[in-house]
Design a protein around this ligand. Structure first.
Ligand code: ZN
Length: 310
């Protein structure tokens, strides 16, 4: 798997790896779905590599095992993973609990000639007890260990944790990065250009949407209806009524994807009347609240449109 984009962050990390420190504590911070976890695994590969070259030579026994770990995570393989890497995630997507951290710290402290790596994904989801338990380890890191905390916002971590880590900031992906990544994943060219339009510097939406083109088309239709109003003051009652009817049967996740794509379309559109834009943001908030409260989706979308164009 190739590491695309993030040249600045990669240079910083390689600079640290070259120093051959006895232990490392990193925070990788940046938007979701931009490749922070993949780069953390390559950082682990560099740290554990028998030849200690860059992000790993890729060929020694250790690197081969890390490659297995990467394939298991990204390609749903079931290969023999590197035993010295542990990745922890929030339970049920919600919280990282103290038991998970305790177990992870025990793993990190087991002595091993090869070194140990602990990667904590969505680290901002550690609860207070878990954070405090981790803090103790950061104060006295085990020998020959690497800890990588991945987060979208370091302000959600304890300041005492942040101050003990080297912070690496990841920028959003460029459109060209996104093209390359989706191309490598084998997406057809026509879909890639659509994905770039809704990407907003990350792959969260494109990957979710590529599977379901309907969602993209609904967002585009709604966007076009609003643009007709903005540019020509045309109001299309039948257009919004039939679109709302189609949207009515979708689940909430799809509805929120439609809203996110619509927001991205507007973020990328130039020359919007600031008063309209302000209203749009207000109405989008109202729309989201209505959906969460269980208002009928058809009515929520019609209301959203008519409030904006009246
Ligand atoms: Zn190697």
């Amino acid at each position: 798997m190739k590491l695309i984009g993030h040249e600045h962050a990669k240079d910083l990390i390689l600079g640290f790896l070259e120093k051959n420190y006895d232990s490392y504590s990193f925070i990788f911070e940046g938007k979701n779905c931009i490749g922070k976890k993949l780069i953390s695994l390559y950082t682990a590969r560099g740290f554990l590599c028998d030849k200690k070259t860059g992000f790993g030579c890729g060929e020694c026994n250790s690197c081969r095992l890390v490659n297995n770990t990467i394939e298991n995570i990204y390609e749903n393989q079931d290969k023999n993973p590197h035993p010295n890497i542990k990745v922890i995630l929030p339970q049920d997507n919600k919280t990282i609990k103290i038991d998970q951290i305790r177990e992870a710290i025990k793993f990190l402290r087991l002595t091993s000639e090869k070194g140990k790596v602990l990667i904590i994904d969505e680290a901002e989801k550690m609860n207070v007890e878990a954070s405090n338990a981790l803090l103790k380890t950061l104060e006295e890191p085990p020998q020959n260990s690497m800890l990588i905390l991945i987060t979208s916002n370091h302000n959600k971590l304890l300041p005492t944790i942040v101050s003990r880590c080297k912070k690496i900031r990841f920028k959003p992906l460029t459109d060209e990065d996104i093209r390359q990544i989706l191309d490598l994943k084998g997406f057809p060219h026509t879909k890639i250009e659509k994905a770039v339009k809704i990407s907003d510097g990350s792959l969260c939406l494109p990957i979710g949407i590529m599977e379901n083109e309907k969602i993209y088309n609904y967002s585009k239709d709604l966007f076009n209806l609003l643009v007709l109003y903005i540019e020509k003051k045309e109001i299309h009652s039948e257009g919004i009524i039939s679109l709302s009817q189609l949207i009515d049967n979708l689940d909430n996740e799809s509805i929120f994807n439609i809203i996110s794509i619509l927001e991205t379309f507007f973020l990328k559109k130039r020359n919007i009347d600031p008063i309209f834009y302000e209203n749009l943001l207000k109405e989008l908030d109202k729309l989201k609240t209505s959906i969460l409260k269980g208002v009928k989706k058809k009515l929520a979308f019609e209301g959203f449109y008519f409030n904006l164009v009246r």
